[in-house]
Write a protein that binds this ligand. Structure first.
Ligand code: ADP
Ligand code: 5GP
Length: 219
């Protein structure tokens, strides 16, 4: 590893179901090949078009609980009546290899990631209004009336947690929200904390910027 390499960014994106998180996340992942999705495990049944191993790893409740009890997850939560969890080793390996990892998780999971990875960037995507959120959920045509009611109720509780996030993006106009999310990600890649050795290496010799030594801490 040279001093020009940087460590990976953990980027957490939360939103009430139906806000547009999947739409925006997919676009971000397509545009930035160094960014990869942390593929969660879930006990929710697959939706039409979802692929096991790409969108989620779909597990039985029993398998999920066995993995949970074995310490398999970096965080886990019960959301809308199903279990969801982030596989720990896969995410940590990616970050250590310098890949940026997108965590599409709920607020309970975000709070756990915030504690275990204080450098994680926390983005909350908000719907412009309750009515628009319901319209989008209905328009997606993936939820039963019962599931829709559960998600609408959860949306208020989740949005009430938005205050401790670092960035808010209101997804009213999709293109504007996309530009904002892109800007947050790109700005995050410029943090000096991601290149702890670069400055010392640069200053210690203009023509040999390799085999960096750790920078002594300021205190
Ligand atoms: P989430 O992943 O947050 O549950 P989705 O990305 O599945 O949400 O989006 C829910 C629905 O809303 C989809 O049909 C999507 O095409 C639509 N949608 C997303 N963003 C917007 C927007 N800014 N304006 C109108 N519709 C949108
Ligand atoms: P959906 O069923 O619509 O795919 O996801 C429902 C909610 O579960 C979304 O808020 C999504 O971000 C969240 N979720 C997905 N994977 C995980 C995970 O691994 N951990 C947690 N805590 N939440 C997750």
């Amino acid at each position: 590893m040279t001093a020009l390499h940087r460590t990976g960014i953990a980027m957490v994106i939360c939103a009430p179901s139906g806000t547009g998180k999947t739409t925006l996340s997919r676009r971000l992942l397509l545009e930035f090949p160094n960014l990869v999705l942390s593929v969660s495990c879930t006990t929710r049944p697959p939706r039409q078009g979802e692929i096991d191993g790409r969108d989620y790893e779909f597990l039985s409740r029993e398998d999920f609980l066995t993995r949970r009890d074995g310490g398999f997850f970096a965080e886990w939560a019960q959301v809308h009546g199903n279990y969801y969890g982030t596989p720990l080793v896969a995410a940590w390996k990616l970050l250590a290899a310098g890949r940026d990892v997108l965590f599409d998780i709920d607020v309970q999971g975000a709070s756990q990631i915030r504690r275990s990875l204080p450098a994680a960037r926390l983005v909350f995507l908000l719907p412009p209004s309750r009515a628009e959120l319901e319209r989008r959920l209905r328009g997606r045509d993936t939820e039963s009336e019962e599931s829709l009611a559960v998600r609408m109720k959860a949306a208020a509780l989740e949005s009430a947690q938005a205050h401790w996030f670092e960035f808010w993006i209101v997804n009213e106009d999709l293109e504007k929200a996309w530009e904002e999310l892109r800007a947050v990600y790109m700005a995050s890649t410029l943090s000096p904390a991601l290149r702890p050795n670069f400055l010392a290496c640069l200053l210690s010799g203009w023509d040999q910027c390799c085999n960096p030594q750790p920078v002594p801490s300021a205190d």
